[in-house]
Design a protein around this ligand. Structure first.
Ligand code: 5RP
Length: 217
């Protein structure tokens, strides 16, 4: 599995070129991209990266990648992982708890490249949907989320980079994800949810025979 992550991550870096502002996602797959970008920067690649988490910030800084904060300058390309990808290239993200900054960076990006191993490509979502909520009244927020046919469960001992909690929501099926993401974000107390709908440009899948790139229509 690690090798498939590495294959996808390394291939995604071939899309980078001098002068780009890039978004750097979070997670074990992105770590392979950071290692590769570090080598490219050492070899002369001139890019600046916006990290999507404190973990990525520390790792990228240690790897010698120049960093910037998210501001009003558009990001050329973001490279990020995902927990699951459906046939429309919609995503569930947030397994690493960085979904809010990841979604903000994705929305600010002209091109979003998702890197996954092939096991994450699914016909129907099944991964528990992470929802970031403010700590104040989170049990009440969880009750509201239950009304959307989700079963929220607090992620133990986790505080996000934004000082919030994560509720991991299991379900029988996730049918109308477009509506669901709006309904979730309409609940006071919900900060953001891990559904990434129509945000992806390409998914690079690591397979035993090499990287496979799937483009959104
Ligand atoms: C973090 C994320 C990650 O991209 C997602 O959890 C995948 O992580 P990994 O590459 O470790 O499987 O959304 O919030």
């Amino acid at each position: 599995m690690e090798e498939l992550k590495r294959i996808a991550a390394h291939h995604s870096t071939t899309f980078l070129s001098d002068g780009m502002l890039i978004g750097l996602g979070t997670g074990s797959t992105v770590r392979y991209a950071i290692d590769k970008i570090s080598k490219l920067v050492t070899a002369g690649l001139d890019i600046v990266a916006v990290p999507t988490s404190i973990e990525t910030e520390h790792r990228a800084r240690a790897a010698g990648i120049p960093l910037a904060e998210l501001n009003d300058r558009p990001i050329d390309i973001t490279i990020d992982g995902a927990d699951q990808v459906d046939p429309k290239l919609n995503l569930i993200k947030g397994g690493g708890g960085a979904l809010l900054r990841e979604k903000m960076v994705a929305l600010a990006s002209e091109r979003v490249i998702i890197i996954v191993d092939k096991m994450k490509m699914v016909d129907h979502f099944s991964y528990a949907l992470p929802v970031e909520v403010v700590p104040f009244g989170w049990k009440h927020t969880a009750k509201m989320i239950k009304k959307l046919d989700l079963n929220p469960c607090i992620r133990q001992n986790v505080i996000t980079d934004n000082k919030n909690f994560i509720l991991d929501c299991t379900y029988e099926t996730l049918d109308d994800v477009e509506d669901l993401q709006v309904s979730l974000n309409n609940i006071p107390g919900v900060v953001e949810n891990g559904l990434f709908i129509n945000l992806v440009s390409e998914v690079v899948v690591g397979t035993p025979s090499g990287p496979k790139t799937i483009r959104s229509n």
